[in-house]
Structure formats: structure tokens, C-alpha cells
Design a protein. Structure first.
Lengths: 207, 207
């Protein structure tokens, strides 16, 4: 677009490889994956958008797949989520998880990449595989030990996650009323006991 | 592909406008929307796939939007769903809804169009609006009267639907284990009481 110098020169003072560069690349990747999906986004376009060389992107993040995983971790911040939730007593875990969900999905800056992730997973097997890894290695491995001890607690953790994904879809993507306009308080009041049920329930629960 | 005669001539013996033609067009539309999404699919391509004239498609289904809505109704069969569920006592509604869900999502022929619908809604505002209409006019209008009477029962109905959408995403799209391989019985045993909680809960429920 601009004359003469390449994009790498346009942002002076940014040291390649410094924290600014890393977050700049992640930010650019977030936009490119969000706009073009996993298939459409290229490391070259991401690098150009961040104003750095593609080789630098590869150097710091590896392959496009690995960059995608890194982008997913930014909005979700698994360590932060686990920290939020870990402070809770088991008896209030449902409510804590519901509130943490709204801190993530209620923030448009974090919601964007989450949508990109879900959208890519629906159209691309590779992206689905990466999301699958993320759910099982990160969320399951860290959250399920907090649930009541039973052989099915990984299944129950995923059912909690699925309730939250479904709310995200219906409230923010489909925007179905009254869910789209309901207050966070109102939704938390309905959903927290449901999530808590997954925390407490055992496999022998009669139906 | 073939010589001479156009696609409309290739399927002899099919009377234009008969039940065969309608279901042939719906079938073709399901494939086109599924493969190309709402934006990519065209009435012309759908007509060609069904072996009929585009004008006939417009005559029977109206616009591309209206055709999309018709396609959505096939896998979901709202009347059938409501029939399944309406027989249930309120006290077993959660379980009945969970079982009906698996009859729909467990069937690959019905699941395909559902994915197409969700995928399109995530990338196209028009498709999202149509899905929104479908959720509110069809599902909400018919299911929410079955829930316990409280001012928030439409919200609770959508939370039930969101739980099922989330399971669909995580089990069939992301294919996260152990949810992807769990038996329907096992999932129904965990989810039915949760759905039942939405059926019974009132707004004043403490959290």
C-alpha cells in the first residue's frame, strides 16, 4: 500500500523478538484467523500485518498450526481461568465457572478469537483437531481434578464446557432473544446450579 | 458434463412440482448449503443439482432465504420434535428432550444439515438471522409452554437448547474425548437432570 520501505520498516523502534513483536504478531494472527479462518490465513499475511518478516514469525511461533494454538491461548488464558476457578470451594465451583465464562465471552476482544476458533473448527479438520487438543489437554487436564472424584468426571467437565459453548453460540452468534439481552446476573443465576450439578453428580445418579 | 440435453431432461418421469421434485430440490439444497455455506450456495446450482429449472425452485420455495429455512426444517422436523416431547409429563421432560436430541443429532443424515446451519450462522449475518427466527418462532413458541410457568421460561428454554447445541459442537464437531465416544445412555443420564432443572427452576431460585 505505502511507498518504498516494506512493512517491516514502518514500525520503528520495535525490537524484533521483543515482547512488543510477539504480541504484535499474535494480534495480527488473531485478526487474520478471525477474518479468513484457519485455511484462508497465511503466515505471510500475518507477518505483513504485524510489520515483521515471515521468518521471524516462524522463528518465534513455529508452524501456522502452532501459531493458531498460541492465538487460542490468548483469549482463553487457561492459566488465568484456572486461577479464577481454583480459588473457589467445590460447592461454589458452578457459580465461579459461570462468572469466569462471562469475563471471557463478555469481552469483545476475547470473544472475537473464540469465534474464529469455533468457526475454523466447523470448517476445517485441522482446526478442529487443534481445538480438540486444547479442550482435552488444557481444560480437561486442569479443570476436571476440581470436580467430585468419580470415573466420569472428565465427561462431566466437558458437559460443563459444552453448556458454556452453547450459551456463547446462542447469545453472541445467533443472538436469540431473550438470551441475547438477558443480564449476566440473570443467566448466572440459572446456569450456576446446573454447572454445579455436573461438579457434584456421580455416575450412579438415577435419572 | 453429459452431452446434449440439459439437467432438467436427465431425470425423466419426474413430474415438476410433484413431491419427488420438492424433496429432490430440498436434498440438493441441503448438499449445496452444506458444502458451500449460505453465501456460496446459489439457487441456480441447487436447481442444476436437482435436475430442475431455477424458476421452478423459486416458484415452490421462493427466495434463497426461504429455501434455507425449508432445508433447516427437514432435519429438525419441529412438529415431530414437539410431538416426541409433548407426550412427556413435565417431570420427565428433561429426559425426553435429551433422548429426542440424540434421535436428531445421532442420525448423520440429519446432523449434516444442522452443521450446515450452524456453520452458516457463524459466518453470515443473514443465516444467523434465519437461525434466530427458527429458534425463537419454532422452538421457543412450542417448547417453552411446556416448562413450569414463570416469567423466565423462554430464557430457560433457550438455555436447554444451548446445552444441546454445545454438546453437538463438542461431541460431533470438535470430537473431544471422552464426550465423543461416550454412549448416548451415559450422556442422557448426566444431561437429563440438568435439562430438568431448567424445566422446573423458577427465577427466584437462590444461587
Amino acid at each position: 500500500m505505502s511507498s518504498g520501505s516494506g512493512p517491516a520498516r514502518e514500525r520503528r523502534g520495535r525490537r524484533p523478538g521483543g515482547p512488543d513483536t510477539r504480541s504484535g504478531v499474535l494480534d495480527a494472527a488473531r485478526h487474520e484467523f478471525g477474518e479468513r479462518g484457519y485455511d484462508g490465513a497465511t503466515v505471510r499475511a500475518i507477518a505483513a500485518r504485524a510489520g515483521v518478516d515471515a521468518a521471524l514469525v516462524h522463528h518465534y511461533f513455529g508452524t501456522k498450526e502452532q501459531l493458531f494454538v498460541a492465538v487460542m491461548e490468548v483469549p482463553l488464558e487457561p492459566s488465568w481461568i484456572v486461577e479464577q476457578v481454583a480459588e473457589a470451594d467445590r460447592g461454589e465451583l458452578g457459580q465461579r465457572v459461570a462468572r469466569t465464562f462471562f469475563q471471557v465471552w463478555g469481552d469483545p476482544l476475547r470473544r472475537g478469537p473464540l469465534f474464529a476458533m469455533l468457526r475454523s473448527a466447523m470448517t476445517n479438520e485441522k482446526a478442529a483437531a487443534l481445538l480438540r487438543q486444547f479442550v482435552t489437554r488444557t481444560l480437561l487436564a486442569r479443570l476436571s481434578p476440581m470436580l467430585s472424584d468419580a470415573p466420569d468426571r472428565e465427561l462431566r467437565t466437558e458437559l460443563m464446557v459444552s453448556q458454556l459453548i452453547g450459551i456463547g453460540m446462542l447469545r453472541y452468534v445467533v443472538q436469540a432473544e431473550p438470551l441475547a439481552s438477558a443480564s449476566e446476573e440473570e443467566i448466572v443465576a440459572m446456569v450456576a446450579p446446573v454447572l454445579q450439578r455436573y461438579v457434584d453428580a456421580t455416575a450412579s445418579d438415577p435419572t
